[in-house]
Design a protein. Structure first.
Length: 208
């Protein structure tokens, strides 16, 4: 733009005082005609070069559309990220609430238990950590330890134990100790207090 202004100014001055502006030219060329020709051609050349180097309107429009598209994509990504963060926060909050609820239920249950029941529960868990038991076998063990039948039954009822898993562990313990036939292992598990269905399932699991 500055070059254009200079060219126009030179053209105007050349038309008014060509001898001053064209003093480097021979005397016969210091005229308005040569000034108009010289600076006119310079202006034409400037406009041609400007037209070649100026970015096409379509390119400018395309760049603008691309920028707008990028902004929209960024906005969409930010929205998705916020939704994910919100969902994660809600999931964490729900998990904390579940933990708090379970803890509250545990405390409420403990507050209703008699001291003897609480001790029976603790001993039942200790035995389960030590070796495998059936429900009836664990009750008998607690009674053997001196607990009342009711307290022993209560303890076995309230602890959360996968008794089928206990049967599998017991079967594996027996097989580690000595050899068994299929029917012999089923009978042994039934003797320990497991149902015939559970014993049969377990024997299938251990591969007999």
């Amino acid at each position: 733009m500055a070059n254009l202004i200079l060219q126009l100014a030179a053209l105007i001055v050349g038309l008014i005082r060509p001898k001053i502006l064209l003093r480097w030219m021979p005397e016969y060329k210091r005229s308005r005609k040569f000034a108009a020709l010289y600076f006119g051609l310079a202006l034409v050349a400037f406009f041609i070069l400007f037209g070649v180097t100026a970015p096409p309107e379509s390119d400018v429009a395309g760049t603008s559309e691309q920028d707008e598209k990028s902004k929209q994509e960024d906005t969409a990504q930010q929205a998705v990220k916020k939704q994910e963060e919100k969902a994660r926060a809600e999931a964490e909050k729900k998990a904390q609430e579940e933990i708090a609820r379970a803890e509250a239920e545990k405390k409420a249950k403990e507050s209703l238990e008699t001291p003897s029941q609480q001790q029976a529960v603790k001993m039942a868990l200790n035995y389960i950590d030590y070796t495998a038991f059936s429900p009836s076998g664990l009750i008998d063990q607690l009674v053997f330890e001196g607990f009342e039948q009711a307290d022993a039954t209560y303890a076995v009822k309230v602890i959360r134990i996968d008794w089928q898993e206990q049967a599998v562990l017991m079967a594996q313990n027996y097989l580690d100790y000595t050899a068994f036939s299929r029917s012999g292992l089923i009978e042994q598990l039934v003797f320990e207090g497991f149902s015939n269905d559970v014993a049969t399932y377990v024997v299938n699991q251990v591969g007999l």
